[in-house]
Design a protein around this ligand. Structure first.
Ligand code: 5AD
Ligand code: SF4
Length: 471
Protein backbone atom coordinates (compact mmCIF):
# COMPACT_ATOMS: atom_id res chain seq x y z
CA UNK A 1 0.00 0.00 0.00
CA UNK A 2 1.50 3.32 -1.07
CA UNK A 3 -0.35 5.34 1.61
CA UNK A 4 -3.45 7.46 2.09
CA UNK A 5 -4.11 10.61 0.08
CA UNK A 6 -6.40 13.51 0.94
CA UNK A 7 -7.40 15.88 -1.87
CA UNK A 8 -9.19 19.19 -1.30
CA UNK A 9 -10.67 20.94 -4.32
CA UNK A 10 -11.09 24.67 -5.01
CA UNK A 11 -12.73 26.41 -7.96
CA UNK A 12 -14.78 25.07 -10.81
CA UNK A 13 -16.39 21.77 -11.79
CA UNK A 14 -13.41 21.01 -14.02
CA UNK A 15 -11.21 21.00 -10.93
CA UNK A 16 -13.65 18.63 -9.18
CA UNK A 17 -13.48 16.32 -12.20
CA UNK A 18 -9.66 16.61 -12.18
CA UNK A 19 -9.59 15.64 -8.50
CA UNK A 20 -11.59 12.48 -9.34
CA UNK A 21 -9.07 11.79 -12.09
CA UNK A 22 -6.12 12.31 -9.73
CA UNK A 23 -7.68 9.98 -7.13
CA UNK A 24 -8.39 7.32 -9.78
CA UNK A 25 -4.86 7.55 -11.14
CA UNK A 26 -3.06 7.33 -7.80
CA UNK A 27 -5.44 4.55 -6.64
CA UNK A 28 -4.16 2.52 -9.59
CA UNK A 29 -0.70 3.03 -8.02
CA UNK A 30 -1.73 1.74 -4.60
CA UNK A 31 -2.97 4.85 -2.79
CA UNK A 32 -6.14 4.82 -0.71
CA UNK A 33 -8.34 7.89 -0.31
CA UNK A 34 -9.06 9.51 3.04
CA UNK A 35 -11.48 12.30 4.00
CA UNK A 36 -9.35 13.25 6.99
CA UNK A 37 -6.21 15.32 6.41
CA UNK A 38 -4.85 14.24 9.82
CA UNK A 39 -4.93 10.60 8.65
CA UNK A 40 -3.26 11.28 5.30
CA UNK A 41 0.29 10.53 4.13
CA UNK A 42 -0.20 12.95 1.25
CA UNK A 43 -2.30 16.13 1.25
CA UNK A 44 -2.98 17.75 -2.10
CA UNK A 45 -4.85 21.02 -2.66
CA UNK A 46 -6.30 21.27 -6.17
CA UNK A 47 -6.36 25.02 -6.67
CA UNK A 48 -7.99 27.82 -8.66
CA UNK A 49 -6.29 30.97 -10.01
CA UNK A 50 -9.27 32.77 -11.51
CA UNK A 51 -9.43 35.53 -8.87
CA UNK A 52 -7.09 36.73 -6.12
CA UNK A 53 -9.60 35.74 -3.42
CA UNK A 54 -9.43 32.07 -4.51
CA UNK A 55 -5.64 32.18 -4.28
CA UNK A 56 -5.61 33.77 -0.84
CA UNK A 57 -7.93 31.05 0.51
CA UNK A 58 -5.50 28.39 -0.68
CA UNK A 59 -2.46 30.07 0.87
CA UNK A 60 -4.37 30.30 4.19
CA UNK A 61 -5.37 26.67 4.04
CA UNK A 62 -1.86 25.50 3.11
CA UNK A 63 -0.47 27.43 6.07
CA UNK A 64 -2.99 25.68 8.37
CA UNK A 65 -2.24 22.25 6.96
CA UNK A 66 1.50 22.85 7.21
CA UNK A 67 1.05 22.67 11.01
CA UNK A 68 0.25 18.96 10.66
CA UNK A 69 3.83 18.51 9.52
CA UNK A 70 5.13 19.41 12.96
CA UNK A 71 3.78 16.03 14.15
CA UNK A 72 4.18 14.08 10.92
CA UNK A 73 7.64 14.56 9.45
CA UNK A 74 6.91 12.18 6.58
CA UNK A 75 3.69 13.95 5.52
CA UNK A 76 3.81 15.31 1.96
CA UNK A 77 2.00 18.61 1.33
CA UNK A 78 1.31 19.39 -2.31
CA UNK A 79 -0.52 21.88 -4.49
CA UNK A 80 -1.87 21.18 -7.97
CA UNK A 81 -4.22 22.87 -10.44
CA UNK A 82 -4.30 26.37 -11.88
CA UNK A 83 -2.60 28.22 -9.06
CA UNK A 84 0.25 25.72 -9.10
CA UNK A 85 0.75 26.73 -12.70
CA UNK A 86 0.25 30.45 -12.10
CA UNK A 87 2.17 31.29 -8.95
CA UNK A 88 4.32 28.26 -8.30
CA UNK A 89 7.41 30.03 -6.98
CA UNK A 90 5.51 32.73 -5.08
CA UNK A 91 3.30 30.25 -3.21
CA UNK A 92 6.13 27.86 -2.48
CA UNK A 93 8.09 30.81 -1.05
CA UNK A 94 5.12 31.90 1.14
CA UNK A 95 4.50 28.32 2.31
CA UNK A 96 7.97 26.85 2.85
CA UNK A 97 6.43 23.55 4.04
CA UNK A 98 5.15 22.85 0.53
CA UNK A 99 6.79 19.71 -0.89
CA UNK A 100 5.21 19.44 -4.30
CA UNK A 101 3.79 21.75 -6.98
CA UNK A 102 2.05 20.04 -9.92
CA UNK A 103 0.46 21.84 -12.89
CA UNK A 104 -2.78 20.69 -14.56
CA UNK A 105 -1.00 18.86 -17.40
CA UNK A 106 1.37 16.89 -15.12
CA UNK A 107 -1.09 14.61 -13.28
CA UNK A 108 0.02 11.55 -15.25
CA UNK A 109 3.41 11.88 -13.52
CA UNK A 110 1.88 12.25 -10.03
CA UNK A 111 2.71 8.71 -8.82
CA UNK A 112 6.39 9.28 -9.66
CA UNK A 113 6.38 12.77 -8.18
CA UNK A 114 4.67 11.56 -4.99
CA UNK A 115 7.17 8.72 -4.60
CA UNK A 116 10.02 11.19 -5.02
CA UNK A 117 8.55 13.70 -2.59
CA UNK A 118 7.88 10.97 -0.02
CA UNK A 119 11.42 9.64 -0.36
CA UNK A 120 12.70 13.14 0.40
CA UNK A 121 10.34 13.46 3.42
CA UNK A 122 11.41 10.07 4.75
CA UNK A 123 14.97 11.40 4.72
CA UNK A 124 13.90 14.77 6.08
CA UNK A 125 15.83 14.40 9.33
CA UNK A 126 18.99 14.12 7.23
CA UNK A 127 20.12 17.54 5.97
CA UNK A 128 19.27 17.78 2.29
CA UNK A 129 22.20 18.63 0.07
CA UNK A 130 21.58 20.80 -2.96
CA UNK A 131 20.50 18.71 -5.92
CA UNK A 132 19.08 15.91 -3.80
CA UNK A 133 15.54 16.61 -4.96
CA UNK A 134 16.48 17.12 -8.58
CA UNK A 135 17.98 13.66 -8.59
CA UNK A 136 14.80 12.17 -7.20
CA UNK A 137 12.89 12.40 -10.46
CA UNK A 138 13.78 13.54 -13.92
CA UNK A 139 10.22 14.81 -14.38
CA UNK A 140 10.48 17.54 -11.79
CA UNK A 141 12.67 20.55 -11.47
CA UNK A 142 13.70 22.74 -8.56
CA UNK A 143 12.68 26.37 -8.60
CA UNK A 144 15.37 28.73 -7.36
CA UNK A 145 15.26 29.19 -3.58
CA UNK A 146 12.26 26.88 -3.17
CA UNK A 147 12.51 23.47 -1.56
CA UNK A 148 9.65 21.85 -3.46
CA UNK A 149 9.46 19.49 -6.39
CA UNK A 150 7.86 21.39 -9.25
CA UNK A 151 6.35 19.97 -12.44
CA UNK A 152 4.32 22.52 -14.36
CA UNK A 153 5.06 21.56 -17.93
CA UNK A 154 2.06 22.32 -20.16
CA UNK A 155 1.39 19.59 -22.71
CA UNK A 156 -0.80 20.51 -25.70
CA UNK A 157 -1.67 16.82 -26.25
CA UNK A 158 -2.56 15.78 -22.70
CA UNK A 159 -6.26 14.89 -22.31
CA UNK A 160 -6.01 12.08 -19.70
CA UNK A 161 -8.52 10.18 -21.86
CA UNK A 162 -7.06 6.83 -20.81
CA UNK A 163 -6.75 7.47 -17.07
CA UNK A 164 -9.35 5.94 -14.71
CA UNK A 165 -11.50 8.43 -12.81
CA UNK A 166 -12.50 7.81 -9.20
CA UNK A 167 -15.99 9.12 -10.01
CA UNK A 168 -18.17 8.23 -7.01
CA UNK A 169 -20.07 5.02 -7.77
CA UNK A 170 -23.78 5.61 -7.31
CA UNK A 171 -23.61 9.36 -7.99
CA UNK A 172 -26.65 10.48 -9.96
CA UNK A 173 -24.69 13.08 -11.94
CA UNK A 174 -21.36 12.41 -13.68
CA UNK A 175 -19.15 15.34 -14.71
CA UNK A 176 -17.07 14.33 -17.72
CA UNK A 177 -14.32 16.56 -19.09
CA UNK A 178 -14.51 16.48 -22.90
CA UNK A 179 -12.06 19.24 -23.75
CA UNK A 180 -9.33 21.11 -21.87
CA UNK A 181 -7.67 24.48 -22.26
CA UNK A 182 -8.77 27.68 -23.97
CA UNK A 183 -7.63 29.58 -27.06
CA UNK A 184 -9.83 32.65 -26.56
CA UNK A 185 -7.54 34.87 -24.44
CA UNK A 186 -10.21 37.18 -23.05
CA UNK A 187 -8.13 40.05 -21.69
CA UNK A 188 -9.11 39.48 -18.02
CA UNK A 189 -8.65 35.73 -17.87
CA UNK A 190 -5.69 33.68 -16.73
CA UNK A 191 -7.11 30.34 -17.91
CA UNK A 192 -5.37 30.18 -21.31
CA UNK A 193 -2.04 30.73 -19.53
CA UNK A 194 -2.52 28.16 -16.79
CA UNK A 195 -4.51 25.53 -18.69
CA UNK A 196 -2.83 25.85 -22.07
CA UNK A 197 -4.29 25.35 -25.53
CA UNK A 198 -7.66 23.82 -26.46
CA UNK A 199 -7.65 20.06 -26.96
CA UNK A 200 -10.55 17.59 -27.17
CA UNK A 201 -10.84 13.99 -26.07
CA UNK A 202 -11.67 11.45 -28.77
CA UNK A 203 -15.45 10.98 -29.02
CA UNK A 204 -15.08 7.23 -28.46
CA UNK A 205 -13.17 7.85 -25.23
CA UNK A 206 -15.91 10.22 -24.00
CA UNK A 207 -18.65 7.73 -24.88
CA UNK A 208 -16.80 4.95 -23.09
CA UNK A 209 -16.80 7.18 -19.98
CA UNK A 210 -20.51 7.88 -20.39
CA UNK A 211 -21.23 4.12 -20.55
CA UNK A 212 -19.14 3.45 -17.43
CA UNK A 213 -20.92 6.29 -15.59
CA UNK A 214 -24.32 4.89 -16.62
CA UNK A 215 -23.31 1.39 -15.50
CA UNK A 216 -22.28 2.89 -12.13
CA UNK A 217 -25.69 4.47 -11.65
CA UNK A 218 -25.38 7.93 -13.21
CA UNK A 219 -28.63 9.21 -14.75
CA UNK A 220 -27.31 12.60 -15.80
CA UNK A 221 -24.07 13.52 -17.55
CA UNK A 222 -22.53 16.98 -17.74
CA UNK A 223 -19.87 17.52 -20.39
CA UNK A 224 -17.20 19.92 -19.18
CA UNK A 225 -14.71 22.17 -20.93
CA UNK A 226 -13.33 25.67 -20.52
CA UNK A 227 -14.99 26.48 -23.86
CA UNK A 228 -16.95 23.25 -24.15
CA UNK A 229 -18.64 24.11 -27.44
CA UNK A 230 -15.22 24.38 -29.12
CA UNK A 231 -15.17 20.55 -28.75
CA UNK A 232 -14.15 18.76 -31.93
CA UNK A 233 -12.96 15.27 -32.80
CA UNK A 234 -12.70 15.04 -36.60
CA UNK A 235 -16.25 15.53 -37.89
CA UNK A 236 -17.78 15.18 -34.45
CA UNK A 237 -18.55 18.50 -32.75
CA UNK A 238 -20.32 18.99 -29.42
CA UNK A 239 -23.76 18.59 -31.04
CA UNK A 240 -22.64 15.24 -32.50
CA UNK A 241 -21.15 14.14 -29.20
CA UNK A 242 -24.36 14.96 -27.32
CA UNK A 243 -26.47 13.07 -29.88
CA UNK A 244 -24.28 9.98 -29.53
CA UNK A 245 -24.35 10.21 -25.70
CA UNK A 246 -28.17 10.50 -25.79
CA UNK A 247 -28.27 6.93 -27.13
CA UNK A 248 -26.43 5.47 -24.12
CA UNK A 249 -28.98 3.41 -22.15
CA UNK A 250 -29.69 4.69 -18.64
CA UNK A 251 -28.74 8.33 -19.30
CA UNK A 252 -31.84 10.48 -18.86
CA UNK A 253 -30.33 13.95 -19.08
CA UNK A 254 -27.34 15.60 -20.74
CA UNK A 255 -25.89 19.03 -20.05
CA UNK A 256 -22.70 20.88 -20.99
CA UNK A 257 -20.76 23.77 -19.47
CA UNK A 258 -19.40 26.35 -20.14
CA UNK A 259 -20.08 27.32 -23.73
CA UNK A 260 -18.67 30.48 -25.30
CA UNK A 261 -21.35 32.64 -26.98
CA UNK A 262 -19.23 33.04 -30.13
CA UNK A 263 -19.07 29.23 -30.57
CA UNK A 264 -22.82 28.52 -30.23
CA UNK A 265 -23.37 27.05 -33.71
CA UNK A 266 -26.84 26.41 -35.23
CA UNK A 267 -26.29 22.62 -35.08
CA UNK A 268 -25.88 22.80 -31.31
CA UNK A 269 -29.03 24.88 -30.86
CA UNK A 270 -30.88 22.45 -33.17
CA UNK A 271 -29.66 19.48 -31.09
CA UNK A 272 -30.89 21.19 -27.92
CA UNK A 273 -34.27 21.77 -29.56
CA UNK A 274 -34.64 18.26 -30.99
CA UNK A 275 -32.95 15.76 -28.68
CA UNK A 276 -35.15 15.21 -25.60
CA UNK A 277 -32.25 14.06 -23.39
CA UNK A 278 -30.40 17.38 -23.82
CA UNK A 279 -31.70 19.41 -20.90
CA UNK A 280 -33.28 22.84 -21.52
CA UNK A 281 -30.64 24.75 -19.61
CA UNK A 282 -27.58 26.75 -20.57
CA UNK A 283 -24.91 28.65 -18.69
CA UNK A 284 -23.97 31.37 -21.16
CA UNK A 285 -21.37 33.80 -19.79
CA UNK A 286 -21.96 37.38 -20.97
CA UNK A 287 -19.43 39.22 -18.70
CA UNK A 288 -20.78 42.70 -19.55
CA UNK A 289 -23.77 44.43 -21.15
CA UNK A 290 -21.64 47.19 -22.72
CA UNK A 291 -20.08 46.89 -26.16
CA UNK A 292 -17.23 49.17 -25.11
CA UNK A 293 -16.34 46.79 -22.27
CA UNK A 294 -16.93 43.63 -24.33
CA UNK A 295 -14.55 44.98 -26.97
CA UNK A 296 -11.88 45.67 -24.37
CA UNK A 297 -12.45 42.22 -22.92
CA UNK A 298 -11.91 40.82 -26.46
CA UNK A 299 -14.91 38.54 -26.06
CA UNK A 300 -15.47 38.22 -29.80
CA UNK A 301 -19.15 39.24 -29.79
CA UNK A 302 -21.34 42.29 -29.22
CA UNK A 303 -24.36 42.75 -26.98
CA UNK A 304 -26.57 42.53 -30.09
CA UNK A 305 -24.94 39.20 -31.08
CA UNK A 306 -25.63 37.88 -27.58
CA UNK A 307 -29.26 39.09 -27.60
CA UNK A 308 -29.76 37.50 -30.98
CA UNK A 309 -28.29 34.22 -29.71
CA UNK A 310 -30.63 34.22 -26.70
CA UNK A 311 -33.59 34.84 -29.02
CA UNK A 312 -32.59 31.85 -31.19
CA UNK A 313 -32.15 29.66 -28.11
CA UNK A 314 -35.54 30.66 -26.69
CA UNK A 315 -37.11 30.15 -30.07
CA UNK A 316 -35.70 26.60 -30.35
CA UNK A 317 -36.03 25.68 -26.67
CA UNK A 318 -38.93 27.73 -25.24
CA UNK A 319 -38.54 26.51 -21.64
CA UNK A 320 -34.77 27.04 -21.55
CA UNK A 321 -33.27 28.25 -18.26
CA UNK A 322 -30.35 30.63 -18.68
CA UNK A 323 -27.57 31.53 -16.30
CA UNK A 324 -24.50 33.69 -16.80
CA UNK A 325 -21.22 35.09 -15.48
CA UNK A 326 -20.78 38.86 -15.06
CA UNK A 327 -17.69 40.82 -14.08
CA UNK A 328 -18.18 44.27 -12.56
CA UNK A 329 -15.48 46.93 -12.26
CA UNK A 330 -13.47 45.89 -15.32
CA UNK A 331 -10.81 48.55 -16.16
CA UNK A 332 -12.57 51.56 -17.68
CA UNK A 333 -16.12 50.36 -16.81
CA UNK A 334 -18.03 53.66 -16.55
CA UNK A 335 -21.25 54.12 -14.59
CA UNK A 336 -23.07 54.00 -17.96
CA UNK A 337 -21.35 50.72 -18.91
CA UNK A 338 -22.38 49.25 -15.56
CA UNK A 339 -25.93 50.52 -16.05
CA UNK A 340 -26.01 48.79 -19.45
CA UNK A 341 -25.00 45.52 -17.75
CA UNK A 342 -27.84 45.87 -15.22
CA UNK A 343 -30.34 46.57 -18.03
CA UNK A 344 -29.17 43.50 -19.97
CA UNK A 345 -29.47 41.30 -16.88
CA UNK A 346 -33.06 42.51 -16.47
CA UNK A 347 -33.86 42.16 -20.15
CA UNK A 348 -32.58 38.59 -20.46
CA UNK A 349 -34.08 37.59 -17.10
CA UNK A 350 -31.49 35.01 -16.08
CA UNK A 351 -32.60 32.22 -13.79
CA UNK A 352 -29.28 32.44 -12.03
CA UNK A 353 -26.02 34.41 -12.30
CA UNK A 354 -22.47 34.20 -10.97
CA UNK A 355 -21.37 37.76 -10.28
CA UNK A 356 -17.76 38.78 -9.74
CA UNK A 357 -15.64 41.83 -8.98
CA UNK A 358 -12.83 42.21 -11.49
CA UNK A 359 -9.56 40.89 -10.09
CA UNK A 360 -6.35 41.69 -12.02
CA UNK A 361 -4.40 38.55 -12.93
CA UNK A 362 -0.74 38.69 -13.82
CA UNK A 363 0.09 37.47 -17.35
CA UNK A 364 -3.22 38.80 -18.75
CA UNK A 365 -3.52 41.84 -21.01
CA UNK A 366 -5.94 43.70 -18.73
CA UNK A 367 -3.51 43.42 -15.79
CA UNK A 368 -1.29 45.92 -17.61
CA UNK A 369 -4.11 48.50 -17.66
CA UNK A 370 -5.09 50.87 -14.90
CA UNK A 371 -7.46 49.06 -12.49
CA UNK A 372 -9.58 52.20 -12.71
CA UNK A 373 -12.65 51.27 -10.66
CA UNK A 374 -11.67 51.41 -6.99
CA UNK A 375 -12.43 48.55 -4.57
CA UNK A 376 -15.24 50.41 -2.85
CA UNK A 377 -17.02 51.17 -6.11
CA UNK A 378 -16.52 47.58 -7.31
CA UNK A 379 -18.11 46.45 -4.04
CA UNK A 380 -21.09 48.79 -4.56
CA UNK A 381 -21.61 47.59 -8.12
CA UNK A 382 -21.37 43.97 -7.04
CA UNK A 383 -23.89 44.43 -4.22
CA UNK A 384 -26.24 46.14 -6.67
CA UNK A 385 -26.17 43.34 -9.28
CA UNK A 386 -26.48 40.67 -6.57
CA UNK A 387 -29.64 42.33 -5.23
CA UNK A 388 -30.98 42.77 -8.76
CA UNK A 389 -30.35 39.13 -9.69
CA UNK A 390 -31.86 37.91 -6.41
CA UNK A 391 -35.16 39.61 -7.32
CA UNK A 392 -35.06 38.26 -10.86
CA UNK A 393 -34.29 34.69 -9.71
CA UNK A 394 -37.14 34.84 -7.19
CA UNK A 395 -39.57 36.06 -9.85
CA UNK A 396 -38.36 33.44 -12.38
CA UNK A 397 -38.80 30.68 -9.80
CA UNK A 398 -42.29 31.89 -8.81
CA UNK A 399 -43.39 31.30 -12.42
CA UNK A 400 -43.13 27.57 -11.72
CA UNK A 401 -45.71 27.56 -8.91
CA UNK A 402 -48.66 25.36 -9.92
CA UNK A 403 -46.73 23.64 -12.72
CA UNK A 404 -45.77 19.98 -12.94
CA UNK A 405 -42.03 19.21 -13.11
CA UNK A 406 -39.82 16.12 -13.35
CA UNK A 407 -37.34 16.02 -10.47
CA UNK A 408 -34.30 13.76 -10.75
CA UNK A 409 -33.68 12.89 -7.10
CA UNK A 410 -30.11 13.27 -5.79
CA UNK A 411 -30.64 12.43 -2.11
CA UNK A 412 -32.17 13.56 1.17
CA UNK A 413 -32.84 17.30 1.40
CA UNK A 414 -30.29 18.81 3.75
CA UNK A 415 -32.55 21.19 5.64
CA UNK A 416 -35.98 19.54 5.22
CA UNK A 417 -36.37 16.28 7.13
CA UNK A 418 -38.51 13.71 5.32
CA UNK A 419 -37.88 15.36 1.95
CA UNK A 420 -35.66 14.61 -1.01
CA UNK A 421 -33.84 17.13 -3.21
CA UNK A 422 -33.02 17.03 -6.88
CA UNK A 423 -33.04 19.08 -10.05
CA UNK A 424 -35.64 19.83 -12.69
CA UNK A 425 -34.57 19.66 -16.36
CA UNK A 426 -33.89 23.43 -16.02
CA UNK A 427 -31.36 22.62 -13.26
CA UNK A 428 -33.56 24.22 -10.61
CA UNK A 429 -32.99 22.75 -7.16
CA UNK A 430 -36.30 21.29 -5.98
CA UNK A 431 -37.27 19.91 -2.58
CA UNK A 432 -40.04 17.29 -2.69
CA UNK A 433 -41.88 15.85 0.34
CA UNK A 434 -41.43 12.22 -0.61
CA UNK A 435 -39.24 9.21 0.04
CA UNK A 436 -37.41 8.21 -3.13
CA UNK A 437 -34.02 6.71 -3.89
CA UNK A 438 -31.34 8.79 -5.63
CA UNK A 439 -31.73 8.40 -9.40
CA UNK A 440 -35.54 8.26 -9.23
CA UNK A 441 -37.43 10.66 -11.48
CA UNK A 442 -40.36 12.11 -9.52
CA UNK A 443 -43.29 13.90 -11.09
CA UNK A 444 -44.16 16.76 -8.75
CA UNK A 445 -46.27 19.89 -8.61
CA UNK A 446 -44.48 23.07 -7.53
CA UNK A 447 -46.17 24.60 -4.49
CA UNK A 448 -43.68 27.28 -3.47
CA UNK A 449 -40.46 29.00 -4.54
CA UNK A 450 -37.59 31.07 -3.19
CA UNK A 451 -34.80 32.70 -5.25
CA UNK A 452 -32.79 29.48 -4.96
CA UNK A 453 -35.21 26.58 -4.47
CA UNK A 454 -38.54 25.20 -5.66
CA UNK A 455 -40.79 23.37 -3.20
CA UNK A 456 -42.96 20.63 -4.68
CA UNK A 457 -45.21 17.71 -3.79
CA UNK A 458 -44.94 14.38 -5.56
CA UNK A 459 -47.88 13.33 -7.68
CA UNK A 460 -46.51 10.06 -8.97
CA UNK A 461 -43.33 8.15 -8.20
CA UNK A 462 -41.81 6.34 -11.16
CA UNK A 463 -40.36 2.98 -10.08
CA UNK A 464 -36.70 3.24 -9.14
CA UNK A 465 -34.98 1.15 -11.77
CA UNK A 466 -31.87 0.88 -9.61
CA UNK A 467 -33.50 -0.50 -6.48
CA UNK A 468 -33.34 -4.25 -5.97
CA UNK A 469 -36.55 -5.91 -7.17
CA UNK A 470 -38.48 -8.66 -5.47
CA UNK A 471 -38.26 -11.92 -7.42
N1 5AD B 1 -11.70 38.74 -12.42
C1 5AD B 1 -13.00 38.47 -12.10
N2 5AD B 1 -13.70 37.47 -12.63
C2 5AD B 1 -13.08 36.69 -13.54
N3 5AD B 1 -13.51 35.63 -14.26
C3 5AD B 1 -12.50 35.19 -15.02
N4 5AD B 1 -11.40 35.95 -14.84
C4 5AD B 1 -11.74 36.89 -13.92
C5 5AD B 1 -11.05 37.98 -13.33
N5 5AD B 1 -9.80 38.26 -13.65
C6 5AD B 1 -14.90 35.13 -14.19
C7 5AD B 1 -15.56 35.20 -15.56
C8 5AD B 1 -15.60 33.78 -15.99
C9 5AD B 1 -15.76 33.07 -14.66
C10 5AD B 1 -15.42 31.63 -14.66
O1 5AD B 1 -14.89 33.77 -13.80
O2 5AD B 1 -16.85 35.73 -15.39
O3 5AD B 1 -16.66 33.48 -16.87
FE1 SF4 C 1 -11.22 32.63 -19.79
FE2 SF4 C 1 -12.37 33.74 -21.96
FE3 SF4 C 1 -11.26 31.27 -22.11
FE4 SF4 C 1 -13.55 31.61 -20.72
S1 SF4 C 1 -13.28 31.93 -22.95
S2 SF4 C 1 -11.72 30.42 -20.07
S3 SF4 C 1 -13.24 33.67 -19.86
S4 SF4 C 1 -10.19 33.20 -21.73
Amino acid sequence: MAGAIYVETYGCQMNLADSELILGHVAAHGYTTTDDPAAADVILLNTCAIREHAEERVVGRLTDLARLKARRRDLVLGMCGCMAQHHRAAVAARVPALDLVVGPDAYRRLPTLLAAARAVRADAHVPIRGGRRDDATAAASRVADVDALVDVRLDPDETYADLPSARAAGAVRAWITVMRGCDKFCTFCVVPYVRGRERSLAADAVLAQVRVAAANGAREVVFLGQTVNAYRDGDCDLAGLLCRAADVPGILRLRFTSPHPADMRPALIAAMAEVPAIAPQLHLPVQSGSDVVLTRMERGHTVADYRNLVARLRDGVPEIALSTDVIVGFPGESPADFEATCRLIEEIGYDHAFLFKYSPRTLTKAARWDDSVDEEEKGRRLAHVIALQEQISAARNRRWIGRTVEVLVEGAARRSPGCVAGKTPQFLTTVVAAAAAPGTCLTAVVTGATAHTLIASAVDAAPDDRAPRAA
